[in-house]
Design a protein around this ligand. Structure first.
Ligand SMILES: [Zn+2]
Length: 535
């Protein structure tokens, strides 16, 4: 990336923004950034799985960095905001799923998920509700005119054609669906999960070498449980779905064909009663701290508002060997993001010390439990250590992939809120071209920690190094996802453009400063489907 020299407007007359005469030493800054990655992705930390000593060492490292920078502790105890998780498994030998007298094989015909409370049993009639979606702003309501009270609803986990963009994935999350289903009186869900094109079925051993989670993690604090009241979470496999529909008088292939074209699905009663018993087993709880550091704003009034700059600190731990390596180091995923949190804090603190601190306060956060289901961000966004209504935005990083020079920056959420305007302006200042999410089907905007801020109505952005179609960078990016993503090879021994990472971090600090100094707090664009989420 070439940074513009001599950009001479008064707005830019700060060292963070000034590019001239002294262009930052990107090599030195890249090395400082990489030193954090080296520590966090070292084999000694064993992949930083939440709840392990390696994760604790990572927490202590970030605390010591925050302290050295001069950030104030802003957790619930010092820098830490700790919460408890209960590893929970399903006892498949004691669990069962049947419709009338046909018993389904767990694993090959149906999978059971953790219900809203430990060990739930349900005996209920069923109704097929199409996609099972409720998105009022897009005039989608699969519950309209249906009586689902006391029933188990069955849905095809896809979406109609008129639901596009990040909202397409957001609306399909179980927690979001359950809000509407619970209000309508449903007691359980049976979903048919269509295979993603090209992806092996989730149960197949070919679905990737990432270590199988030994257990699902459930918040010990019941207030955090978004599935309260849900007595059955079942997923039919393609085989199971065929059998299941054969008895309903509807052909599964017809439904799939309609869904593949994004057309509306019929709604109908499924004959018979589902008898399902989900027996769960809880292990002893683990502690999972987020790390929170505060840079206090300079404006007497605005400093009571907070911008969050976040990245998850955890990774997958130790797992199935690939090429003899069992440590899932997570150098890009997401030591790289945490390194940028630390370095952007350093840059913004230097500004503050020079009398140019941001007006709003900044919370720098390293989050726990992302790889286990974005748990740390769910906890923080639900129970923040500052008043929730005072959080104005989240800028999140999750493997932003500095694998090549920074010419294009993909910005997830670019079209959703005024943060998009800010990001565009900062990109322009740096000769970097902002891009919309180029692989929207990957649902990245709603697949990492920013989603939990979005759920609370807080505008957010997430980032990836961008590329153009058919470029060598595209090849590098896609190859990385194929070969290193969630594999032990995402380690320190891979080509990384450290200078570009430092340039990105500078952009992040500039963006944070712009947002923190703006007169108005960021807001959703009125046409964004997420503006409804802020109700
Ligand atoms: Zn990640």
């Amino acid at each position: 990336m070439k940074l513009k020299h001599g950009v001479a407007t008064t707005l830019l007359a700060t060292s963070l923004f000034a590019q001239s005469p002294a262009t930052p030493d990107w090599t030195a800054r890249g090395n400082a950034w990489f030193a954090h990655v080296q520590f966090l992705a070292d084999d000694k930390l064993n992949g930083r799985r939440t709840g392990t000593p390696g994760y604790t060492a990572a927490v202590e490292y970030v605390e010591s960095q925050f302290k050295a920078i001069g950030l104030k502790p802003a957790g619930s105890s010092g820098y830490q905001q700790s919460f408890e998780l209960i590893p929970t498994t399903i006892d498949t030998s004691a669990s069962s799923f049947a419709v009338d007298d046909k018993t389904y094989k767990l694993g090959t015909e149906v999978g059971l998920g953790i219900p809203g409370s430990p060990s739930e049993r349900v005996d209920a009639p069923m109704v097929f509700i199409g996609y099972g979606l409720s998105v009022p702003r897009r005039h989608i309501d699969d519950l309209a005119g249906l009586d689902v009270k006391g029933k188990v609803v069955v849905f095809y986990n896809a979406a109609p054609e008129n639901l596009q963009g990040p909202q397409r994935a957001y609306a399909r999350g179980l927690g979001v669906r359950w809000q509407a289903l619970r209000a309508a009186g449903a007691v359980g869900v049976i979903q048919i999960a269509p295979p993603r094109p090209g992806a092996p079925p989730p149960s197949s051993p070919a679905s990737g070498p990432r270590p199988a989670p030994p257990a699902s993690l459930v918040f010990a604090d019941p207030a955090l449980n978004v599935l309260v009241g849900l007595k059955l979470v079942a997923t039919l496999t393609p085989d199971g779905a065929k059998t299941f529909f054969a008895a309903s008088g509807h052909d599964f292939a017809d439904i799939k064909a309609l869904a593949d074209k994004g057309q509306l699905l019929p709604h109908f009663v499924i004959p018979g009663t589902v008898h399902a018993n989900t027996v769960t087993a809880a292990q002893s709880s683990i502690k999972a701290p987020n790390v929170v550091g505060l840079l206090e704003g300079s404006d007497r009034k605005l400093k009571k508002q907070y911008l969050v700059i976040s990245a998850h600190l955890d990774h997958l731990g130790v797992g199935r060997p690939v090429d003899g390596d069992t440590i899932y180091n997570g150098a890009m995923d997401n030591a790289s993001g945490v390194a940028s949190v630390i370095e952007s804090a350093k840059l913004m603190m230097a500004e503050k010390n020079a009398g140019r601190g941001p007006k709003r306060s900044i919370l720098f956060i390293a989050l726990a439990g992302e790889e286990l289901g974005e748990l740390g961000s769910q906890y923080f966004a639900t129970k923040p250590t500052v008043p929730k209504s005072h959080i104005v935005a989240d800028l999140n990083m999750d493997m932003y992939l500095p694998l090549f020079p920074l010419r294009f920056l993909e910005i997830q959420g670019l079209g959703e809120s005024t943060l998009g305007n800010d990001a565009r302006a900062i990109c322009q200042l740096n000769d970097v071209e902002p891009q919309f999410d180029k692989q929207p089907d990957e649902n990245r905007f709603v697949r990492s920690d920013q989603v939990n801020f979005v759920k609370q109505g807080i505008p957010a952005l997430a980032f990836k190094f961008g590329w153009t179609p058919d470029s060598p960078e595209m090849k590098t990016f896609n190859e990385w996802v194929k070969v290193r993503y969630h594999r032990p090879s995402d380690d320190l021994d891979q080509p990384i453009d450290k200078a570009a990472a430092a340039q990105f971090t500078n952009i992040l600090a500039q963006l944070g400063t712009r947002v923190a100094n703006a007169k108005e707090a960021p807001s959703w664009y009125p046409e964004s489907a997420f503006s409804a989420a802020s109700k």
